[in-house]
Every structure is written in structure tokens, then in C-alpha cells.
Design a protein around this ligand. Structure first.
Ligand SMILES: Cc1ncc(COP(=O)(O)O)c(C=O)c1O
Length: 561
């Protein structure tokens, strides 16, 4: 009898263990099926592979004919490149000189300088089309460099510039005047914070607010709170989404360490919803609504523009529906839904992505433009999620401080920004916002199509990206033609153009003319010469072969022919 009971118990334990391993296996399988097929969807693998990519670059001859273009096209490109180079050296002489001097000591400049174009071309481009990183003034929608050249600003200062630089200059000045009596006193508050909190609660529809120094820090705090309250370990971010440079939200290339408590899942995917419903270790889901424009793809930087496969398309109804289903899955499982509105907050609508898509989040992070031109990160959230201690367990706290949090000057400039949102002028800015920017994008696209230029704009309101319609290895050259036409871009080039809302129709018409002129010049110089055998796939294959050859037969001269 005893033997039978023991055997039964053993069978029982075995069956339970088997069931557990089947369940674990099933969950693993679900998880791997919820990853996007691309490398961006496999952060760890991407990190590992990145370590194997060897350096090599093209010599002068190959630089102009890496797509197999015939000699006359290569000569045409070379002539165009030399013309552009001469123009840069005369027109931007002082700005380039100062940039080169500063770059030796500013690590950020060295980094951005190196990553403006695919690395095979970078050294040659840097030598002949050097970056000009200084500006002396801003005015309306233009910037003026150290040589006195005025350019239309399409960089948007990483998204900070929503209402135009002059607005922020005033906000900073008026704010500074109000904060001056207190000065940089930290720890105590400037009274401006009271109205800031009131207005942020109203805008976000949430109960409490915390202040930080950057968008990255706001995201860190939101995730930490979610982990603290749910007592779960993992955050979910979507493939390609940027949430600042903190390690846990940047599990792939760029972070020296793997992020063990991050799941990178596919956006707009049933499998993802299944994972959210099945697992019990997920604390929060982070959404950067900008991904609505390039779902499951990384930020479209020109340094990754090896071919023309960059795609972007915004469909408000589909993305809104996805957010609603995500909201429902989070509700079912007690997962905290965080909207990271550091970039899109106040830009898509006064109430940001929550208002724009009609979906409420549990925590929302803001930053950039909210500081009225000064550095900021903010978390707004439901009261029970924002609490940093437990009444019944006094030692179990969720610690978050920061010397410069709620700096009086920042609070006062923020107050200017938030008060401005209530003015009829600001309200007018939001009226018809999408129609205005969609129409502008459509009109420019029509002109590009009419001239058979191989470009297409995709946009999420005032955030634009340039897509390329013909397989080509040289699309990244467009950024240099655009700069030559007096259009100022950020270091990621044509990947992201951010407009401020004070662009008038006339301003925009001038930008569109220059954009078309730049594209025409680029075509005339032969960069878009096309061999029908060239496809995005064949370009990628060539690059892969070059890399493999470089790894296998590394030579000392660091060149590949
Ligand atoms: C969506 C989003 N989250 C977080 C950040 C990080 O903000 P910050 O650069 O202020 O640290 C950014 C910055 O671009 C962002 O776009």
C-alpha cells in the first residue's frame, strides 16, 4: 500500500513537472513568436552580430561606383561631389573650422560626425563635406550659422521646438525674471510649480506629477514605479521604439550590457497580446506613439540608409485600435500602461497622444518642449502608482530624487509654456493641425512625383521622414544637397524632419522649393542612376559579402575594393 502511494506520488510529481515544463516551453515559444522578424526585434542577437561587423571603407574610385555604375556616371557624381565640397568650404568656412577644432575635445561631436552616413562612405564624406555644428542665432523658422548663412530649420531641436524659437526665448526670459529673486535654490520649490502641477493634471487627466531632468530620467522613474507597485520584473518595449538611453529601454545595439529584464515585442501583433495575457512577470508596457509612423522599425537615421528599404506610413485608425486592444490586455493582467510622450506630447494635440488616439495610459512621460526651452522630464500618473512608499511597510520604498529636479528656472519657463497652451493663439495652432501638415506633405509628394524624383514623404503630423522609392546606395547624399539649399537638418539627416508649428504657408513653400531643387541637383549629379538589376536585396547582399570578405581577409590598409 505504502509502495503504491509512493509510486503514485512519484507519478504525480513527474506529471506536474512535465506539465510545468510544457507550460514553460509554451511560454518561451509564445515569447519568441511575439518578436518581430527583423534584427531590431532581436535585441540580443543584434548586439552580438554588431560586434562582428568589421570596419572597412571605400577608396575614392569605389566611393563613386559602389553600385556598379559605369565610368561616366561615376565621373558625373565626382564632379557633383567636388562642386558641393567647394561650396561647403567657402560658404560654411568659419562654421566648419570651429566645428573641426571643437570636435577634438567634444566626444558627442565625434560620434555624430562619424554616423551621418553609412560607415563605408563616412571617412571620405567627412574629409570633403565636413559637418558644421555651430549656429549663432535663431529667428522665426530659421537658424544662422557662424558664416551668416540663414537656413530653414527642419531639425526642430530634437522636437523641443514646437511653437518657434522666439516663443521659447521669451518663455526663458520671462521665466528667468520670475525666478530671479529665488535663484538656483533647490530642495524648496518656486511657487510656479503649483500651477504647473494643476495644468499638467488637467492636460494628462492623471492625479499626480513628478519632475525630473530629462526624458530618459522620466522613463526610468515610470518603469521603476511600475515595477515597485506590480512587484514584477519585466518591461515590454516595442521593436524599434526609442525611450532614451537608459540601459533597460535600450537592450540592443548601443548598450554594452544586455538588458535581462526587458522584452522587445512586435507592435500591432496578436502574438504580443497573447504574451501579455499569458505571462506573470510583466510590470509595464512602454509605448512611444511615434512608432505609429514607422512601426517595428528603429529611428530612421541616414547612417542606416544602405539601400532604399526605409518604409514609413501612418494610419491613425489602425494604430488607435491597437492602443485600445493593448489597453484592454493591460487591464486584464494588471500591467501598467505607460505612454512615453517625451517627443509627441503637446505636438499631436494639446492633450498629446492620449487625446489624439483616444486612449488613456496609467503613467505618461513628458519632456522636451514642456520645459519652455529648458531641460525637463515629467511623469504624470494615477495616484496609487505614483506613491513611493508603503504605509504598512515603511522600509519598502521606491527611491527617486535628483538634485536639479523642479529647478526654479525650469519651473518658471515651464509655467510660461503651460500658460501659453491656454491662449487662443496656441489653441489656433492645434486646430486643423493634421490637415495642415498632411496637405503640405501631400503637395510636396505631388511635386516629387510630377518630376519623377525617387522620394516620398511620410508624416505623423509635423514629424516627417523621407522614404526613397528607387533601390539606391546613395540616398544619404540628399542631406548634403538639402543643406546646400539652405535647409538645416539634425545629425540623423533625412530620417527625421521636425517642423515647428509657426511655419507659415509661405515658409513652407520656400522649404518645398528648396527640397525639390536639392533633389533635382542630386539627380543631375547622377546619384540616382539606376541599373534595373539593382534591388534593395541585392544591395544588402553586396554589403554582407563585403563584410564577410573583410572579416575573412582583413588587410591593414582598411580599404575594400
Ligand atoms: C520618446 C522619447 N523618450 C525619451 C527620450 C529621452 O529624452 P531625453 O533626450 O530628454 O533624455 C526621447 C528623446 O528623444 C524620446 O523621443
Amino acid at each position: 500500500m505504502e509502495w503504491a502511494t509512493t509510486t503514485l506520488a512519484l507519478y504525480g510529481t513527474g506529471a506536474a513537472a512535465l506539465a510545468t515544463s510544457v507550460l514553460t516551453l509554451r511560454r518561451r515559444l509564445d515569447l519568441s513568436q511575439a518578436k518581430h522578424r527583423s534584427l531590431a526585434g532581436h535585441a540580443r542577437m543584434a548586439r552580438r552580430l554588431a560586434a562582428f561587423v568589421p570596419f572597412y571603407d571605400y577608396d575614392e574610385a569605389r566611393f563613386f561606383s559602389s553600385d556598379g555604375a559605369p565610368a561616366e556616371i561615376a565621373a558625373q557624381r565626382r564632379a557633383g561631389f567636388e562642386r558641393l565640397s567647394a561650396l561647403y568650404r567657402t560658404r560654411f568656412a568659419e562654421t566648419i573650422r570651429r566645428t573641426a577644432e571643437a570636435a577634438a575635445d567634444i566626444s558627442d561631436l565625434q560620434f555624430t560626425g562619424a554616423y551621418r552616413v553609412p560607415f563605408q562612405y563616412s571617412r571620405y564624406v567627412r574629409a570633403h563635406l565636413p559637418a558644421a555644428a555651430f549656429v549663432q542665432s535663431s529667428d522665426g523658422v530659421t537658424l544662422t550659422d557662424l558664416d551668416g548663412n540663414r537656413a530653414y530649420d527642419l531639425s526642430g531641436s530634437y522636437g523641443v521646438n514646437l511653437f518657434g524659437y522666439d516663443f521659447y526665448k521669451d518663455a526663458i526670459e520671462r521665466g528667468a525674471a520670475r525666478a530671479r529673486a529665488l535663484g538656483p535654490v533647490l530642495g524648496s520649490y518656486h511657487p510656479a510649480i503649483i500651477e504647473n502641477v494643476k495644468l499638467l493634471k488637467e492636460i494628462s487627466g492623471l492625479d499626480e506629477v513628478s519632475f525630473h531632468m530629462s526624458g530618459t530620467e522620466a522613463v526610468m522613474q515610470a518603469v521603476r514605479l511600475a515595477r515597485y507597485h506590480t512587484q514584477r520584473s519585466h518591461l515590454v518595449r516595442f521593436c524599434g521604439a526609442y525611450h532614451g538611453w537608459w540601459g533597460d529601454v535600450q537592450p540592443g545595439i548601443g548598450n554594452p550590457l544586455p538588458a535581462h529584464e526587458t522584452y522587445t515585442l512586435e507592435d500591432l501583433s496578436e502574438q504580443t497580446l497573447r504574451v501579455l495575457r499569458a505571462r506573470d512577470d510583466i510590470a509595464c508596457v512602454l509605448v512611444n506613439p511615434l512608432q505609429a509612423l514607422h512601426t517595428n522599425a528603429s529611428a530612421p537615421s541616414d547612417s542606416a540608409l544602405v539601400d532604399s528599404s526605409r518604409r514609413a506610413r501612418f494610419d491613425k485608425a489602425t494604430y488607435g485600435d491597437w492602443l485600445r486592444r493593448l489597453r484592454a490586455a493591460c487591464d486584464e493582467r494588471g500591467i501598467v500602461l505607460i505612454f512615453d510622450e517625451v517627443l509627441v506630447g503637446f505636438r499631436l494635440a494639446r492633450g498629446g497622444a492620449q487625446e489624439y488616439f483616444g486612449v488613456r495610459a496609467d503613467l505618461v512621460t513628458y519632456g522636451k518642449t514642456l520645459g519652455g526651452g529648458l531641460p525637463i522630464g515629467v511623469v504624470c500618473g494615477r495616484g496609487e502608482l505614483m506613491k513611493r512608499f508603503r504605509d504598512d511597510r515603511p522600509a519598502d520604498i521606491c527611491f527617486a530624487r535628483g538634485t536639479f529636479n523642479a529647478h526654479p528656472y525650469v519651473m518658471a519657463a515651464m509655467n510660461e509654456f503651460l500658460r501659453h497652451l491656454r491662449t487662443p493663439e496656441a489653441q489656433a495652432c492645434y486646430r486643423d493641425l493634421d490637415r495642415i501638415w498632411d496637405d503640405r506633405a501631400a503637395r510636396l509628394n505631388e511635386r516629387l512625383r510630377a518630376e519623377a524624383l525617387p522620394l516620398e514623404i511620410a508624416n505623423l503630423s509635423s514629424i516627417w521622414t523621407v522614404c526613397y522609392t528607387l533601390p539606391c546606395r546613395y540616398n544619404w547624399m540628399l542631406q548634403y544637397y538639402l543643406r546646400a539649399e539652405g535647409l538645416a537638418l539634425s545629425w540623423i539627416g533625412t530620417g527625421r524632419l521636425i517642423f515647428s508649428l509657426n511655419y507659415t504657408d509661405d515658409d513652407f513653400a520656400a522649404v518645398a522649393d528648396r527640397f525639390v531643387a536639392a533633389a533635382r541637383a542630386m539627380r543631375l549629379d547622377g546619384w540616382w542612376w539606376h541599373n534595373p538589376a539593382l534591388t534593395n536585396k541585392s544591395i544588402k547582399r553586396t554589403v554582407l559579402k563585403e563584410m564577410i570578405a573583410r572579416r575573412l581577409f582583413a588587410r591593414d590598409d582598411r580599404r575594400e575594393h
